[in-house]
Design a protein around this ligand. Structure first.
Ligand SMILES: *Cc1c(COP(=O)(O)O)cnc(C)c1O
Length: 515
């Protein structure tokens, strides 16, 4: 006798459950399990490497025959959930990453339930997205009719803004139609040397070339030197080039530094160039009345790129680009393909669709989870969580300054603390501490490089991180430093002892990597 259930006679199988009640039970169990997982995450490690069993599991062939949902859920529990990124954990301080929220998770599930395609057409998803654009326009001091769309992240948002700026600067030449060959001169963009690499990449992707991105020196607070910027623009004009874009940073990724946005806006106006702000996470400081003054001048930008998935903890991914002049935004992307024709009535009615404002046609309902977050938590609580992370960063800065073993490498402007080990000219101890912390599962700061030397970087983004966590983090740093010193000393002694054969030491290998 066969064990497979008899195929339904006549009825073609589709992808809906064959037994809805059983499915409902499974789905509820899955939801319960992930809620427990989030609730208990503080008790688990920040991160653990994926087991070889799990890695092997994902090298299998695609199954011809499916299996019960229960079984797939068990595989998720076993091979996926334990080996995730760790950015939800309160001791995660690596890079600048959002922690998500249970509310955001529910919204994401509901969005998947609706499965709306938010590229265009006449449905409520577009209204939700426009509402977010209006809310953020107000938060940043932009005009109400500013134009904006969701994209994957700030990398894409910066890229789109650069394309809008490029189109704006070259309208008569119609580069969209004629290509870059139509340009009579070379377009040049400017940003501080601390700008995120995605801006340089946007120059590459746009065809303008990273060579034509001028990286301007920054001052001791790591904000762009506006005098140097003015000189660079003058020099390029004198050489017959065409400055078209100044990119200000509101919260650099390395240190959280904020450029003098007001001064950049003044200069951009004088020079008649586009003023874009990369505010990936920092622009969201506008939600806190206390922090908002740091962003003075943001309201004068021509465009802003930012993320809801970082400091607002909307589940990945949720980037956004906001453009002051809606016509400029539309002109850079709108096309008139026949299948995108607007009808006077019905599902194809409407005027401007998101597909007119960027390269994506099919796109998910990112607006829903963002709206859920803002609607449910409210702007005040979101601003409070942002403020708290800045307070915790100041606290950690104070502890580092008070410590003989560690010293600050950059000033704290917002929520990022960069520091090193005091006697560690090559950064070997700093690197060792960070890797050991990751492996211990106790905390996850990240590494960055300052003037060629690794530094420890604690980006405190998480709404779950507390004062006690910062105290604990300092204790962990001290413990790992002592252990790293012992390991280095042992490795050193071993290296000095007579050895049968010298192990090769390639560039980039720290002495410790030989252990
Ligand atoms: C994170 C970040 C980016 C890139 O954003 P993604 O959402 O990761 O694409 C760009 N600029 C800054 C300042 C950032 O912090």
């Amino acid at each position: 006798m066969t064990k497979t259930p008899p195929k339904q006679q006549g009825a073609a199988r589709n992808l809906d459950p064959q037994d809805w009640d059983a499915f409902r039970d499974e789905a509820h169990r899955a939801l319960d399990a992930i809620i427990d997982n989030i609730r208990g995450l503080r008790d688990g490690p920040v991160w653990r490497p994926a087991s070889s069993e799990a890695r092997a599991f994902f090298r299998r062939e695609a199954p011809r025959e499916g299996q019960a949902l229960t079984r797939t859920l068990q595989e998720f529990e076993r091979y996926v959930a334990p080996f995730s990124m760790g950015n939800r954990h309160p001791m995660f301080m690596g890079w600048v990453q959002g922690a998500g929220s249970p509310t955001g998770m529910v919204a994401e599930m509901l969005a998947a339930g609706l499965n709306a395609n938010c590229g265009g057409r006449n449905h409520i998803g577009l209204d939700v997205e426009r509402q977010i654009a209006r809310w953020m326009a107000r938060a940043f001091g932009f005009p109400e009719d500013a134009s904006g769309i969701f994209v994957t992240g700030a990398s894409m948002a910066n890229f789109l803004a650069l394309l809008v700026a490029r189109h704006h600067a070259t309208q008569q030449l119609n580069v969209r139609l004629n290509g870059l060959g139509a340009l009579k001169t070379t377009l040049v963009a400017y940003a501080s040397r601390d700008v995120h690499n995605c801006v340089r990449q946007a120059m590459e992707l746009s065809g303008l070339g990273a060579r034509h991105m001028r990286l301007i020196a920054s001052d001791e607070r790591r904000a762009m030197r506006v005098g140097d910027l003015a000189h660079a623009i003058a020099a390029d004009r004198a050489a017959g080039l065409q400055p078209f874009l100044i990119v200000g940073s509101a919260g650099t990724v390395d240190t959280g530094a904020i450029d003098d946005l007001d001064a950049l806006a003044d200069l951009a106006r004088e020079e008649d160039v586009w003023f874009h702000v990369d505010g990936a996470f920092g622009a969201l400081a506008a939600l806190s009345e206390k922090l908002r003054p740091l962003l003075k001048g943001l309201e004068r930008a021509d465009s802003i790129a930012f993320d809801f998935h970082k400091w607002l903890h909307v589940p990945y991914d949720a980037g956004f680009v906001l453009v002051r002049d809606p016509q400029a935004h539309l002109d850079a992307f709108k096309s008139d393909a026949a299948y995108l024709t607007r009808a006077p009535r019905g599902l194809a009615a409407g005027e401007i669709w998101p597909c007119d404002l960027g390269p994506d046609l099919s796109r998910g309902f990112r607006a829903l989870k963002t709206w859920f977050a803002i609607q449910t938590f409210g702007v005040d609580l979101l601003g409070e969580c942002i403020e708290r992370t800045c307070r915790l960063a100041k606290k950690l800065e104070g502890m580092i300054e008070a410590s003989a073993d560690f010293s600050m490498r950059a000033p704290v402007t917002l929520n990022i603390v960069c520091f090193g080990v005091t006697q560690d000219p090559e950064g070997a101890l700093a690197s060792e501490i960070v890797m050991a912390l990751h492996e211990s599962g106790e905390a996850a700061p990240s590494l960055t490089i300052f003037d060629g030397t690794p530094a420890i970087r604690a980006a405190i983004v998480n709404h779950r991180t507390t004062e006690e966590d910062i105290d604990r983090f300092m204790g962990l740093l001290n413990g790992e430093l002592a252990r790293a010193r012992q390991r280095l000393a042992a490795a050193d002694a071993k290296a000095r002892a007579p050895q049968p054969r010298e192990a090769p030491r390639g560039p980039g290998r720290t002495p410790l990597s030989q252990d």
